[in-house]
Design a protein around this ligand. Structure first.
Ligand SMILES: [Zn+2]
Length: 140
């Protein structure tokens, strides 16, 4: 028996096609069919995989660029976040980078460079450092 079915690729593009073997199509919602052996479907799976790889590569490079642009070691930042979390748990942020600057001078870290870098990423005061910058270090 010949059936007219709408073959819809996973990317949403559909076209009608005569199908005589229901074994290789899966009925989806809205009377559309997902053709599992359709070559364009396979291509779109390959394409998805390729795009996922490109995205991974992009993210890896982005991470590398981010790390190489850091004005101090990653551990320096992690320690800074710990200190800020602790200090701001006791005292409110006064809209300056006082605790950050304190931390940097105590540990003899490059204050000006780090502050400029923090500003660039939206850290203009201690609480903004936690809000805007801490998350950037989560997956490093
Ligand atoms: Zn603040």
């Amino acid at each position: 028996m010949l059936n007219k079915a709408i073959i819809r690729n996973k990317d949403g593009k559909g076209y009608s096609k005569n199908v005589n073997d229901k074994a290789f199509i899966n009925k989806g919602s809205n009377n559309t069919y997902y053709c599992v052996t359709d070559s364009s479907f396979m291509k779109s799976e390959e394409e998805k995989l390729r795009q996922r790889q490109l995205m991974k590569e992009f993210q890896r490079k982005e991470k590398e660029t981010f790390i190489s642009g850091l004005p101090m070691e990653i551990t320096g930042f992690l320690n800074l976040f710990d200190v800020l979390n602790e200090k701001l748990g006791i005292e409110e942020c006064d809209h300056t980078l006082r605790f950050t600057e304190q931390f940097l001078s105590i540990h003899q870290l490059p204050l000006q460079e780090v502050v400029l870098w923090l500003n660039e990423y939206g850290g203009y005061c201690d609480c903004e450092v936690l809000f805007n910058i801490e998350e950037k270090f989560e997956n490093l």
